[in-house]
Design a protein around this ligand. Sequence first.
Ligand code: NAD
Length: 518
Amino acid sequence: PQAARSYATATSPKDSTKTGAESAPTTKLYIHGEFIESQADKWYEVRDPATQELVTRVPQATPAELAEAAKSSKAAFEEWRKTSPVTRQRKMLDFQAIIRDRTDEIAANIVREQGKTFADAKGDVFRGLQVVEHACAIPTLQMGEILPVSTDMETYSFREPLGVTAGIAPFNFPAMIPLWMFPMANATGNTMLFKPSERDPGAAMMLIKMYEEVGIPKGIVNVVHGGVDTVNFLCDEPSVKAISFVGSDRAGQYIYARGNANGKRVQSNMGAKNHGVVVPDANKNHTLNQLVGAAFGAAGQRCMALSTAVFVGESQEWIPELVERATKLNVGHGMDPKADVGPMISPQALDRAKRLIQSGVDEGAELLLDGRNIVVQGFEKGNFLGPTILSGVKPSMECYKEEIFAPVLVILKADTLDQAIELINANPYGNGTAIFTTSGAIARKFQNEIDVGQVGINVPIPVPLPMFSFTGSRGSMWGDLNFYGKAGVQFYTKLKTVTSLWRAEDATTTQAAVTMPT
Ligand code: NAD
């Protein structure tokens, strides 16, 4: 595979925090327009998931560095809030252009740090780029309303920025999810303290460098690395008014509670268990291809992966063919053009997935395809798991209850569509679901009765384009304002209304009115 460039921004050979064979460039903080070497004494290692080579070390920013970043965000807001929406629009236009030009460079870094295939990594960048393109419409998106409430009186509303905001990102979309966050926050006039995943911050750092290249003023976005200490700082810092989080349930529920307790607005997009329902009238070829792609693509490490299939009635006869198609997928290094499935993020994630597969077997599920012993030649140390399929899974089994977040598909069987709907509605998550059918009436019934935020009809990963919002629900999303789209603009703004009276003639009475104006 061609070598992907490692990108720990603004590095030099002596940047390493350690010397010897395991030296690697460090990832910098980005504070007030400068890439800064942290004074941290705690560092996270980022290792190439296909080789275990050390790519970079990521600091746990010190309290002083975090305070400095917050100070910068606060000061920058005072100027940035005064910029006109068309000025901010122009920055977004420049930013989307540079991302388009340099997509391959960002994607190569994603392969190196996160592992997904190069083609899929380009999709990661592209889906984020679409949010930046959407942010280019900010003058229209942020418009207020006006109503003449009497002949000489009107009320009008503004959507004003909140101030300093915070973004906390997961590992699985190193470009897309950062691009859900700081461009929307900045386009609406806020500044952002942004924390990439400490497991693969490289793509975010490249995007920040490009942001700087298009002339974004200092302090509009500050990058603060780290783990729980940085998260706690963001939840407690008084100048932070809103927190946008994407990641696991454990972190998301914690951040939601801690942020809310401190009076902040929080949107928390969390885990998922997305079900694909197959009814017997579906187009078999389309359905099986889509199921296999959505279960195993990105090594199953997508919050919208179809990790659970529910075969209704006679469609259960297609299961052997599904297994056959999954067997044909190539597992390999992300830069190998033939690879369909890359490595998982870490040895720990791989071990956990293997343990959950075994728990399924132990609890009575049938292991139709076992990817646990796969070895990728030349990458024997990689965190590879081949496509794995467990059938006859029951809702009580651990492999059903847990989000496995790996190339593992669990199959359940239902006699009727009503049973399938009941099963999905009983699951605590509500991120996404899909039905495969050729019947409009069945699709409509499913759409109406299913309690899941993002529904696909013959579409396996129904993430809407950014003019809509990302609408996971129930256990997958806490908070009432979704990511991007109109709801995203609302999340990053507060409403102000002005009611004004301009009379053509002077008042004729000297009597003050003391009753409530109506
Ligand atoms: P994660 O929760 O481990 O990490 C996310 C962020 O939270 C990171 O920046 C991390 O530093 C921080 N964090 C981790 N543990 C923490 C803790 N105990 N307290 C405070 N902060 C903590 O998530 P991940 O493993 O990087 O991402 C995978 C998860 O994200 C999966 O559950 C997946 O479904 C979910 N996800 C959801 C969506 C969505 O839109 N609903 C999208 C992508 C990923």
